[in-house]
Write a protein that binds this ligand. Sequence first.
Ligand code: UDP
Ligand code: MG
Length: 343
Amino acid sequence: METLHPWHLDFSKPPEPALELRSAPVVSLVLPCFNEQEVLPETTRRLVVLLDRLKAEGRAAPGSAIYYVDDGSSDCTWRLIGEYAAAFPTVCGIKLSRNRGHQNALLCGLLTAPGEVLVSLDADLQDDLDAIPRMLDDYRAGSEIVYAVRRCRAVDSFFKRCSAEGYYRLLALLGVQVQFNHADFRLMSRRAVETLRDYEETHLFLRGLVPQLGYRTSVVEFDRASRFAGESKYPLRKMLALAWEGVTSFTASPLRLITGAGVLVSLGSLLLTAWALGIRLFTHEAVPGWASGVIPMYLLGGVQLLSLGIIGEYLAKVYESTKKRPRFHVEVVCGNSFRKDTP
Ligand code: UDP
Ligand code: MG
């Protein structure tokens, strides 16, 4: 019989992944909610049906549940969560002591909810629930992180579409590793979530942090719907703050750009000086103009202030991080999973 030597192996092809299916996991669906009383009844109805379906299809194990994280809502969100937790054994709630922002609420949910697999999604039903079975299939085939990625941005306003796509391109240009058109609709294995604990970032930008974890990842595409009811809880101010976080938490490129601009401006001014001197020494004319003196002065003043602002922002981040303040406090929890007597 012919012996197979190592040089018979074809290294041009990547090795085939071992396709041993994992067994159906206990799934936790994690949904941060901030003043979501209008959507919660429908969200709960659809999620309870989905969990039943996943269990019937053998995709999710018993013990799978929904975890709402109330991010300091001022409407009836927490009361509704309490009612649903009493009515459905698969609904649980975690209430934060005050509004800490979507990213912190999401992290709290991920770190508090049990389960072998955690799927994070928004409470407003924009994320397509039909993508979840496909994400679970990817997990069972070996992925530790599954990104749900929007197929298109048809439901977004023109402004949101342009700004979002421009932003993802800017991040890529600055060298920040993010999954294009992916927000926070993703599946993570327990192992991946546990590694998140090692990142003690004061300002969170999970869609930038998760790609840093490594592990085997995959992508599932979905069509994002419009918000089912209620208003967006991400006004422009919060959106800009999150976008800025995405840049400053993952790259020092803006600081390097300032250095580059400084070098360019200095070189330019040296050339300008040489030109003015040349005219003065070798011709009978003087360099005319007030504008050529005053405009660069204002321009440089502006650039300097902007540069100081950017440096200040990074400094502020260092200052905030040194305080090591907790990112959230859980006030109270409800639901079966948190009862002491449940196994
Ligand atoms: N959210 C939150 N805390 C906040 C703002 C938003 O927990 O301070 C939640 C919100 O309830 C929703 C998700 O984050 O479940 C995404 O918010 P939203 O749908 O309003 O954002 P948009 O889709 O408009 O960008
Ligand atoms: Mg939304």
